[in-house]
Design a protein around this ligand. Structure first.
Ligand code: ADE
Length: 420
């Protein structure tokens, strides 16, 4: 059956996209195992899923798995610059209703979300909560038919918890981000590698010897700092939270205020989830040639409006790399328009790490299909046993085996009568 319900940049890119999806499938053993089982058991039969998540080859593997499990799908990207057009074309040619292309404007972005809601979803799947917010603000009538949703990212979960606290959440949501097999791997190793990858693709600068400023030492910031250090950069961390700053110090990084870091940094990356991390006074004090990027979900961490207001001239010098000339003649290079540098300037996290994040997404969807109707509107964590199961499948797939506690050891752990 041919699919006509889509809007992508160029459907002729489908064959190229399919090749990339195959490549990702060969590196996502956990999700592929879940797909194999779901083909037989059809846990999502009758479900209509609206998804709003970066259109990448890894997401395509998730989409195909949801479809193989019996769901009907409509999809949009969750960032105007992260859609990979060949993947969108491949999904459209696979029969998925997809509305996504690289370089959408704000109106097109929300138009695409609206098109996915034409499906009248029973489940929503988000990365950054734009789809859920659209349902809650513009389509309250739809919420009664939605069994539940999932949320992929730290910022989205944070906001949904605030909505739940205020009694403003209409249906249950599973916090995929808070699964150990998500945040402790995707946020750290995924963000670390892919953000450095984005910076390098947009600039090709040498990291060795550079002062690399990481704003925010959460999991994403920690990953960026670790990988930049591994490539020989001198890493400086800025923080607001004392325990996070202390962790950075004990990892061997310098910690200082952004006001001071701005003067010495060669490369900046924001990973805070907060707005206005780099503002006019920081741009004013930066060195000639400073490179500024963001890996947080929203594009508000670098105040680009202030930079545009103060700079004399702007030109694109390479793809995803815009040069702003300051009144004093210094040039500042902003990558990917201050949007997620790992997805806009590179391909996002590698398949191997998305494998676990998306296994959690898939299991979140099947749990909601099974028991969502009995859950109250609230934000739910994933079952910790699921984390262990996903980690175990992953370990087996890379040929690692584990020790097992003996019954005596299990007993010993709980034995409060045995002392020193
Ligand atoms: N978020 C970060 N990397 C990603 C990827 N490769 N696919 C989908 N979402 C992502």
């Amino acid at each position: 059956m041919s699919n006509t319900n889509y809007k992508v940049k160029n459907i002729a890119l489908a064959a190229q996209g399919l090749l990339k999806i195959e490549w990702a499938e060969s590196r996502m053993p956990v999700l592929m195992k879940l797909r194999e089982e779901a083909c037989k058991t059809q846990p999502l039969k009758g479900m209509r899923i609206a998804g709003c998540l970066h259109v990448t080859k890894e997401t395509a593997v998730l989409v195909r798995t949801l479809k193989a499990a019996g769901a009907e799908l409509a999809w949009s990207g969750c960032n105007p610059l992260s859609t990979q057009d060949d993947i969108a074309a491949a999904l459209a040619s696979d029969g998925v209703s997809i509305f996504a292309w690289h370089g959408m404007n704000r109106d097109e972005f929300y138009w695409a979300i609206e098109r996915t809601l034409d499906l009248k979803p029973t489940l929503t799947l988000d990365d950054g909560a734009d789809l859920i917010f659209t349902v809650h603000s513009k389509h309250k009538d739809m919420a009664k038919d939605i069994i539940g949703g999932t949320e992929e990212t730290t910022t989205g979960v944070h906001r949904l918890r605030a909505m739940a606290r205020d009694g403003a959440l209409f249906y249950p949501v599973i916090a995929i981000n808070d699964a150990e097999t998500k945040w402790d791997f995707d946020n750290v190793y995924g963000t670390g590698q892919s953000s450095i990858d984005g910076i390098i693709r947009a600039t090709n600068v040498l990291l060795g010897g550079k002062v690399f400023v990481v704003a925010g030492f959460g999991h994403c910031g920690r990953g960026c700092a670790m990988r930049a250090k591994g490539m020989g950069a001198r890493v400086v961390v800025t923080e607001v939270k004392p325990t996070a700053a202390l962790k950075a110090v004990l990892e061997g990084y310098e910690v200082m205020k952004m006001d001071d870091a701005a003067k010495i940094g060669d490369i900046f990356i924001t990973a805070t989830g907060m707005k206005d991390i780099i503002v006019k006074r920081h741009f004013d004090s930066m060195k000639d040639g400073a490179i500024v990027s963001n890996t947080g979900h929203y594009d508000c961490e670098i105040n680009l409006e202030e930079l545009k207001g103060v700079s004399r001239k702007m030109r694109e010098v390479r793809p995803n790399n815009e040069e702003y000339t300051m009144p004093n003649g210094n040039r500042i290079y902003v990558l990917a328009q201050g949007r997620l540098v790992n997805l806009a300037a590179a391909e996002g996290h590698p398949s191997e790490v998305m494998d676990m994040s998306f296994a959690n997404q898939f299991l979140g969807m099947t749990r909601l299909a099974r028991e969502g109707r009995s859950l109250k509107p609230a934000v739910y964590d994933i079952d910790p046993a699921q984390d262990q199961e996903i980690a175990m499948i992953k370990l087996r797939s890379i040929g690692m085996s584990l020790d097992k506690l003996t019954p005596e050891q299990v007993k010993y752990a709980d034995d409060y009568s045995s002392g020193t």
